[in-house]
Design a protein around this ligand. Structure first.
Ligand SMILES: NC(=O)C1=CN([C@@H]2O[C@H](COP(=O)(O)OP(=O)(O)OC[C@H]3O[C@@H](n4cnc5c(N)ncnc54)[C@H](OP(=O)(O)O)[C@@H]3O)[C@@H](O)[C@H]2O)[C@@H](O)CC1
Ligand SMILES: Nc1ncnc2c1ncn2[C@@H]1O[C@H](COP(=O)(O)OP(=O)(O)O)[C@@H](O)[C@H]1O
Ligand SMILES: [K+]
Length: 486
């Protein structure tokens, strides 16, 4: 798990570390890491650094300093480096170093450009880029590299024009879109949540010695394969189908039988040994998935270790009864789709309050608005945490970088998403898989994080093969589980 910290926490850690080091050491470490990465990118794409045309965009703060010192290092290796000063006041020592190494000031981007280094603003940035900076960025990225392609864009610390602490991008046209972001010391929320995560491109973390000085809890954490592999329930030789957990699904309706099939398909890819389906789509479920045991209602079903409720369930009287029955069980419950609509008017507040087992809700933004009164807004992590605390539930807030927030204040951002998942029914698949993980015994926050992770991988695998539907995503789940857990 990698943490991401907000700017104030990063600054506090940097201050504590800097007090123990000669002045300028941290910037030198940052700039050295940045130069190394830039040289590597030039090498990979153009075969070397010598003669490559590099444009450094320098703002008024230390972010510009990092960029200009790195520019100086590239100039010493023979790159043709120009710098555009975007403020009257720029970091003096690094500018001098750049000029001494052969770099030259430029009034505007011109000619071909192989690499653009965005040192406009770092963690001191606020809001969208100001007009001149935005115009220069737009012009620079329109330039062509020597090979006819677009220049490589490297953001220093964060892409300029994004909100570092939230991942919001107030104006996408006035924010850098990086191929690679070279960041220092620790990740920031902008690298992992919201539209800013997309603007960050590949994120490369340079160690500047900060780790021991970050004493606060990260704002958000990012899982990797090893977390998922470590958490995924494994089968013991003494297991039988019941000890591996039974997951129940109260999903689908006459109007939406497909949601039943998709949620069952999701559940079957999880670690449980037994899947129960309770609802009106019994026949199609049995036909398609002979291993699933079906009944027409939650009341008629046997025991389960977790229930999934809501995908395509509808909102009629029958649906209300099924939701009540699920909420009354003493086991973890996932509320998705129509179940979220049904709880939005507050009529289920009491059964929700009375629950002792975990409740997980899986809203997209509009469902979130129905429950919370407003869409998540710019700070998706804060919004999800607020709702989690208010409802005493784990919130899985869907999106390109799905956020999982727990009532204990911990928050996670899923790194594996794929835009290919933005298609009808993929949420049903996710809910089923999540149900199986809960029934398999994972604590609710981990179950939510692991489900989003594997679901995202399945989306990517499906997208590699062509246009993607929810059925394709479900079909890739088994391979995604294998990839994530080995
Ligand atoms: N601290 C450390 O130990 C280390 C720090 N390091 C580096 O320092 C960076 C932080 O440097 P920093 O604090 O100087 O702030 P930074 O982000 O460069 O500039 C902020 C200035 O930009 C301006 N501005 C703001 N918003 C704007 C906008 N929308 N559009 C345009 N301009 C805007 C505003 O200035 P103004 O123009 O208002 O006077 C503001 O003062 C950090 O990200 C990392 O790269 C590394 O070297 C490792 C060691
Ligand atoms: N632009 C996007 N990029 C990546 N993932 C997305 C995007 N939009 C939606 N998703 C993911 O797709 C799934 C859609 O779920 P949902 O909205 O509940 O769909 P449905 O109700 O049709 O099943 C969620 O896992 C969500 O995180
Ligand atoms: K930057």
């Amino acid at each position: 798990m990698k943490g991401a910290w907000r700017a104030a926490d990063i600054r506090a850690a940097e201050k504590a570390l800097m007090a123990k080091l000669p002045e300028g050491t941290l910037m030198q470490r940052a700039a050295a890491g940045l130069a190394r990465r830039c040289a590597g990118l030039l090498h990979d794409r153009f075969g070397g650094v010598y003669g490559r045309r590099v444009l450094v965009l320098a703002g008024s703060g230390d972010n510009g300093g990092d960029a200009m010192y790195a520019g100086a290092a590239l100039a010493r290796r023979g790159a043709d480096v120009r710098v555009i000063r975007l403020s009257d006041r720029i970091h003096g020592a690094s500018y001098k170093a750049l000029v001494a190494a052969g770099g030259r000031p430029a009034p505007a981007p011109h000619g071909h450009l192989d690499l653009v280094v965005d040192g406009i603003v770092g963690i001191g940035g606020r809001g969208a880029l100001r007009e001149r900076a935005a115009a220069v960025v737009a012009e620079a990225v329109r330039a062509r590299a020597e090979d006819g392609g677009a220049p490589v864009v490297v953001a220093v610390d964060v892409p300029s024009g994004v909100e570092v602490d939230t991942g919001d991008v107030p104006d996408p046209a006035a924010a850098v879109r990086a191929d690679v972001t070279v960041t220092f010391g620790a990740l920031k929320p902008a690298h992992v949540v919201g539209a800013a995560a997309v603007h960050s491109g590949l994120v490369d973390l340079v160690d500047i010695g900060l780790a021991g000085y970050l004493v606060t809890r990260p704002a958000v954490e990012v899982p990797d394969h090893s977390d998922i592999a470590g958490w995924w329930p494994s089968h013991a030789s003494t297991d039988d189908k019941y000890t591996r957990g039974v997951v129940g699904l109260a999903t689908g309706s006459d109007g939406y039988p497909g949601a039943a099939l998709l949620s069952v398909a999701g559940a079957l890819a999880g670690p449980t040994g037994y899947v129960r389906y309770a609802g009106t789509a019994q026949e199609s479920v049995r036909e398609r998935f002979p291993s699933v045991v079906t009944t027409d209602s939650v009341g008629a079903a046997g025991r389960a270790q977790a229930w999934v409720c809501g995908c395509g369930l509808g909102t009629d009287e029958r649906a209300v009864g099924e939701l009540r029955a699920v909420l009354a069980t003493p086991v973890p419950v996932i509320l998705d789709a129509d179940a979220l609509t049904l709880i939005a008017d507050g009529s289920m507040a009491q059964p929700l309050r009375e629950r002792r087992a975990a409740t997980v809700i899986t809203p997209h933004d509009r469902e979130f608005a129905r429950i919370a009164g407003a869409e998540p807004g710019a700070d998706r992590v804060e919004a999800a945490l607020r709702l989690a605390a208010q409802m005493n539930a784990v919130v899985l807030l869907k999106g390109d970088r799905t956020v999982v927030a727990a009532p204990d204040g911990s928050a996670f951002a899923n790194p594996t998403g794929s835009a290919a998942l933005a298609t009808a029914g993929t949420g049903d698949v996710l809910a089923g898989l999540l149900g199986s993980l809960l029934a398999g015994g994972l604590p609710a926050p981990r179950a939510a994080v692991a489900a989003a992770y594997v679901h995202g991988l399945a989306g990517r695998l499906a997208a590699e093969k062509g246009p993607t539907t929810a059925v394709d995503v479900a079909a890739e789940l088994r391979e995604a589980v294998t990839l994530a857990t080995r």
